[in-house]
Design a protein around this ligand. Structure first.
Ligand code: UDX
Length: 458
């Protein structure tokens, strides 16, 4: 099928190359000429597994990158809108990019098209898009608007897209529903998974993904409610981790015991320094805000946000408690990205914590396998902030080492080497990547989240 994807950010770009991988012909449109040129030249712009391979396989053949939305509209049957919906000052999603795209599509619409909301949008956006198109003189019979939220995670975006737990299609028209079913048929009917070169996902052995058809409003709410629920799960375990610290219990054991209940499940119960990234903070705020506008107080989400903010402050207190005073301390920081597997630093708790620690008078040497370049743009190097390209160089002569991102390589450091290079062998781990007992045996004072702190007797 001929598909257009508007927006070449995380969701748009991944969707474009994955639709090509599923056999479709795709035009990916972005109004940023520099981005379009880079993508045409094979630069994927973001750090994401499988993306460079797929981009190189399909660019300028099955995926065309261009700035011309009118041409893309003319050439495609289905148009996915995957532009940004950033958080506005009020907490609402700013939908001005979605509106601009809808109006531009309307102006070049000459035959029936399906417009698909792929960006995360609040309930009722569908109706607003419909109205915007009609206001531009397009007859209702010429188009349908469908909500097809995307649930991919950064770091595993391509595999998640091709191996979704479910595909949600919110549509009020049979014609549009059929087109969406056709697009996703390689996944829902399994022909993609039977290909010998198919990209495997974490759940590849499981059943085929179901395609759930709902009303457009339900689909919009499914996306916001899912992200809010996952954020709630993380804040819940973070709150429990604080209790575990107070009671001298181990939150990892508690999470394991809870997660074995199939009604709860083990995922998204990892305690840490709070959730970050471009979705959870923004979506929790937007969901609360749209509910409020409809007269529903989702106060539970205020608590989720509060716990998340406190979790960073609690980590700062842990650093202070481990070092006595902070002014003049030299810290090694491992991790800048908001999570492992990505170079994205948007709403990264690591970046926030570095800012707080510098504010307290610490100097920092930071390392991250992928996010240094982006961090440098946001926080340029200075007398109190250095970036290095090796974790052991970061640890040299440090008063303590802080682990702030769950990159897998941070969980397999050469501990002997680390011990020798640091001034004091103190590791403060915001992601629980090590067994406390192992760290103690290797000579470290080890502070983590929701578990007893083991001090070296000196
Ligand atoms: C999220 C949703 O998972 C995805 O479905 C949606 O499409 C976009 O938003 P993403 O932000 O890419 O994906 O990453 P995710 O893996 O969900 O992690 C979000 C944040 O929560 C990260 O800061 C991560 O470190 C944190 N997290 C996650 C925890 O602290 N504990 C956990 O158990 C899981």
């Amino acid at each position: 099928m001929k598909i257009a994807v508007v927006g070449s950010g995380y969701v748009g770009l991944v969707a474009a190359v994955c639709f090509a991988e599923m056999g479709h012909d795709v035009i990916c449109v972005d109004n940023d000429e520099r981005k379009v040129k880079a993508l045409q030249g094979g630069d994927s712009l973001i750090h994401e597994e499988y993306l460079p391979e797929l981009l190189n396989r399909y660019r300028n053949t099955k995926v065309l990158f261009m700035t011309d939305l009118a041409e893309a509209t003319r050439e495609s049957e289905v148009i996915f809108i995957a532009v940004g919906t950033p958080q506005s000052d009020t907490g609402d999603a700013d939908l001005s990019y979605v509106e601009a795209v809808a109006c531009e599509i309307a102006r070049s619409l000459t035959s029936y098209k399906v417009l698909v909301e792929k960006s995360t949008v609040p309930v009722y956006t569908n109706e607003w898009i419909r109205r915007a198109i009609e206001r531009n003189g397009v007859a209702r019979s010429m188009f349908d608007v469908v909500s097809n939220p995307e649930f991919l995670r950064e770091g595993t975006a391509v595999a998640d897209f091709l191996h979704p737990d479910r595909i949600v299609v919110g549509a009020d028209s049979e014609r549009a529903t059929k087109l969406l079913q056709e697009i996703y048929a390689p996944l829902t009917e399994g022909s993609y998974y039977r290909r010998p070169d198919a990209i495997t996902g974490s759940c590849s052995a499981e059943a085929l993904p179901p395609l759930l058809i709902t009303s457009t409003k339900s689909a919009e709410i499914i996306k916001h409610a899912s992200n809010a629920f996952l954020a709630l799960k993380i804040s819940f375990i973070n709150a429990v981790s604080n209790l575990c610290e107070a009671a001298d219990a181990d939150v990892e054991q508690v999470a394991m015991g809870m997660g074995l209940d199939s009604r709860i499940g083990p995922r998204f119960l990892r305690p840490g320094i709070g959730y970050g990234g471009s979705c959870f903070p923004k979506d929790v705020a937007a969901f609360r805000s749209v509910a409020g506008q409809l007269g529903v107080d989702l106060g539970i989400l205020a608590e989720v946000e509060k716990i998340n903010a406190q979790q960073k402050k609690r980590f700062l207190s842990k650093v202070r408690a481990a070092l006595w005073t902070l002014r003049g301390k030299h810290l090694a920081v491992l991790g800048l990205a908001f999570k492992g597997g990505t170079d994205d630093i948007r709403a990264s708790p690591a970046i926030d914590l570095i800012g707080m620690l510098i504010g307290e008078g610490c100097s920092i040497t930071a390392y991250d396998p992928a996010a240094i370049e982006r961090a440098r743009e946001k926080m340029p190097p200075s007398a109190c902030l250095k970036y290095v390209d090796d974790p052991y160089v970061a640890a040299k002569d440090a008063d303590a080492l802080l682990i702030l991102t769950d990159w897998s390589e941070f969980g397999s450091l050469e501990l002997k080497r680390l011990y020798k290079t640091m001034r004091y062998p103190i590791v403060i781990d915001g992601r629980n990547l090590y067994e406390p007992k192992v760290m103690l045996d290797k000579g470290f004072t080890y502070v983590s989240i929701g578990r007893p702190t083991l001090h070296q007797a000196r």
